[in-house]
Design a protein around this ligand. Sequence first.
Ligand code: GCU
Length: 680
Amino acid sequence: AEDGYEMWLRYHTVADNNRLKEYRGQIKQLVVEGESPTLAAARQELQSGLSGLLGLTVPVQTGLARQGSVVVGTPASSPLIAGLDLGDALQAVGPEGFIIRHTRINKRDALVIAANTDVGALYGSFHFLRLLQTHTSLKDLAIESAPRVHHRVVNHWDNLNRLVERGYAGLSLWEWGNLPQHKSPRYTDYARINASLGINGTVINNVNADPRILSDQFLEKIAALADIFRPYGIRMYLSINYDSPRAFGDLDTADPLDPRVQAWWKARTEKVYSYIPDFGGYLVKADSEGQPGPQGYGRDHADGANMLADALAPFGGVVFWRAFVYDPAIADRFRGAWDEFLPLDGKFRENVILQVKNGPIDFQPREPFSPLFGALPKTNTMMEFQITQEYFGFDKHLAYQGPLFTESLNTDTFAKGEGSTIGKLLEGKVFEYTRTGMAGVINPGTDRNWTGHPFVQSSWYAFGRLAWDHSLSAEAIAEEWIRMTFNNNPAFIDPVLAIMMQSREAGVNYRSPLGLTHLFAQGHHYGPAPWYEKAERADWTAAYYHRAAKDGIGFDRTASGSNAVAQYPEPLAKLYGNLDTVPEELMLWFHHVSWDHRMQSGRTLWDELVHLYYSGVDQVRHMQKEWDKLEGLIDQTRFEQVKALLVIQERDAVIWRDSCVLYFQTWSGKAIPANYEKPA
Ligand code: GCU
């Protein structure tokens, strides 16, 4: 039975007979010249993939015995490829890119997958398989592809006791008790899944980091994982605890300017490299939500990051320094990161990259972009997206994140005039960033299907594809994923695509439309608690965010309020700062608005709010209805699972709608229009 374990690396025989004939006609044998572990991985993936897809054994050859060879490798590994005239194409795709095209070798037709490096050839191999999995014609095939950012990294929030923070798919994949002796086959499949997208780094432990991760005991285990990931081009990174020198019992301080602290990190880092020679570097959450950091010693983020950067530099390692900081003492959490980091622009070492969440608060269903994007011309800046559905219904709700990612990547920051989109910024094309990247917080665990809800896989897939090329569309990516993960039947693809493409907006509508945010019950972040107003920290309550009152609702971030809107460059500061021009979907992020305010629809704000909450539920019901029609088009196991989860989602959407509408009604004092379903 299908259990989702294969994710999108499903190589079932091509169902379309014409395509199958075409593929069988062109693919007769496989020639992967070269013996590196990476090329061996490519050979194995292609052989099992092509054999599965073609429904026959595709032989691996060394020469070119017949018509129809797939030739894979690099000019260094493969005399056949070295002998081809590929013009400047190889040079153009750089160290990780690849080309796929038809050619003739010894007067015979061949398909070539060529790259400058072995890992480029591996990426090309996965891409080639994707073409077949999605039933793409090989006629006129001419692909040149290269990643747009350097660091394409997944982040795990896995604790050493194997509980996953904000993970909803079982225990951590890393079997610490059995490593390094037992190497679960799952580690290799994990690497394949990531490599198929071009992901080239993984941070395997929680940003709320346990200092023991750097102990020899753990490093030995981590090295075993790194050995498995290496052939797939995936580098190992670790989240570190800033107070490690103290936690190890070696020093009574972690002050980054103290030479003993510097020496401690140099020595520990050397140790890490003795286990993992190509170790990638450290991810650091410092002075954030109670985590230790340089500020505890009167130093700033740059002091803290640079000290680690200096320890890593001799080995080529980098520091991903997170910008997720907010201080309960300041009046608006929105402002926190910008206020702390702006004065530090230009002070970070070259091998530091600031890792910034897409929005100013915290992975909410919709946020405006973090104003740090575009504000730091002299600080390498990368994106952090969340794939695990902390604020999107955990493993229970269907909420494809592709549209959220692309909405963010396509946003124009105006940092250097029009056209300074976040995507371009991340590429280093707005400012001259020397190191670029995208990180995604993923949630896989020991669930058979890795992610809990089968559709969370699609967001992992989308993240990886966009990290490779931010200009792809969320819709095109979703379609690829459906074809690879389920099948190529239009009767299935079209409705599922429609479901996926509305799922994020539905999630916004039944939780927090019009720029409301963080109405979650504190702690778990699953259900609603807009009434929540007392906590150890004001900025952990819902009331802090929505500011509902008799006169209206929303957070005034204009000059009459916190003025956070001034953190955006023009024309955005004006656009967002003016109630007449702010996009309605972001309105209550920036304005406290009267319940009677007239919206573009002609409705009052109150009526519009109610309308959107109700339409969120309607959207889920529509998704449900559409899904239920698909019975028989895919395996019963996954069909039933998604069907059942949609029942839960509908129940929860109603709870969200009714909780929010009824609570806000206590402020607005206005009626719910009579033609609407009565709150449950
Ligand atoms: C959120 C999340 C935490 C996480 C934090 C972070 O606040 O709820 O679990 O640790 O983000 O990104 O550091």
